[in-house]
Design a protein around this ligand. Structure first.
Ligand code: AMP
Ligand code: MG
Length: 311
């Protein structure tokens, strides 16, 4: 059992921007303060994910969930029945939602869950911030169900593992999208389709072959800015906005935001979605984006920029 001291320590580390792995009833999660884009960028970096996928946001209770997403009647009923538990609900963000756009990979919806394990609840309660957490394994590897699996994968890369033995469910949560006319199962998991149907009636299943639904992080149109995007630019044209990177910036008089003057890719990842949105608000003829190196988090940044540019 995780002691109160360890829970306090984990919560404090998380609040100060560190990554903390923690036990849940499904699998171990690799958590970051979801309101801190830099910490969220560190999660993608640690996992070595080649793309930014939207992460599940973990909160202690329904009150905390209501601060970040807008509930529908169906969401109320499902929460009543299955929370805390292995069901993740995808809902629209609230107006004042403080969760970084990097945590939802730029989407205006959020996947939210209230875990049932007691130590997880206490940790989230004490952290007092929404916690973005994918499973605590390297990208493409098996999800961890013991603290030792997390140590094997990350060693000293993360600040702390909140060890609470093995995960009783051992598979990920079920992800249910409630933003469509009918609920759609995006991922099967700890709560069964039959159980969900007892509350919602009809449920659609995302086809495995449908990349758009099965993996919303891959869907280009979710990320498109209204203004077209020009990538790898060396010169900026009149009426364009500039998404800069580094200190050697081309001549430009219009709106400009710099992903990272220091060429720090974690900082650039943390700024990416917010800056794309901000530049779009100027209604420029196009957003001209400077080249980003393809190393480390740069690969995911370029992947996202290419998807947005191809729309
Ligand atoms: P993992 O990071 O391995 O826990 O997986 C998270 C799951 O939740 C993936 O299947 C994501 O595609 C899904 N997900 C997270 N956020 C959203 C969202 N805003 N909209 C749709 N699906 C989401
Ligand atoms: Mg996973």
């Amino acid at each position: 059992m995780a002691s109160n001291d360890k829970i306090s320590c984990a919560a404090e580390l998380l609040r100060s921007g560190e990554l903390v792995a923690f036990a849940t009833e499904t699998v171990y999660g690799l958590g970051a303060d979801a309101t801190n884009a830099d910490a969220v960028a560190a999660v993608f970096e640690a996992k070595g994910r080649p793309q930014f996928n939207p992460l599940i946001i973990h909160v202690a209770d329904v009150k905390a969930a209501r601060r970040i997403v807008r509930f529908t009647k169906q969401a109320d009923e499902l929460a009543e029945q299955f929370w805390p538990g292995a069901l993740t609900l995808v809902l629209p963000r609230t107006e004042n939602c403080q969760v970084s756009f990097l945590a939802s990979a730029g989407l205006s919806t959020l996947a939210v869950r209230i875990p049932s394990k007691e130590s997880t609840h206490d940790f989230l309660q004490e952290a007092g911030v929404p916690v973005a957490a994918p499973s605590a394994n390297k990208s493409g590897r098996v999800s961890p169900t013991e603290a030792a699996h997390v140590t094997e994968a990350f060693g000293n890369e993360i600040s702390m593992i909140l060890d609470d033995g093995s995960c009783p469910i051992g598979v990920e949560s079920t992800v249910l999208d409630l933003t469509k006319s009918k609920p759609v199962i995006l991922r099967h998991g700890g709560i069964t389709l039959e159980e969900i149907k007892t509350v919602t009636g009809e449920v659609s299943q995302a086809k495995q072959s449908s990349p758009t639904i099965a993996s919303p992080g891959m869907l280009s149109t979710h990320y498109a800015t209204t203004a077209p995007l020009r990538l790898g630019i060396k010169t900026v044209f009149k009426d364009e906005a500039l998404l800069a990177f580094g200190k050697k910036i081309p001549d430009h008089h219009g709106p400009m935001l710099n992903l990272s003057a220091d060429r720090n890719l974690r900082e650039a990842a943390a700024n990416l979605f917010g800056m794309m949105r901000q530049l779009d608000k100027f209604k420029p003829k196009a957003i001209a984006a400077m080249p980003i190196p393809e190393t480390g988090l740069g690969a995911a940044i370029n992947d996202r920029l290419k998807r947005a540019a191809s729309c």
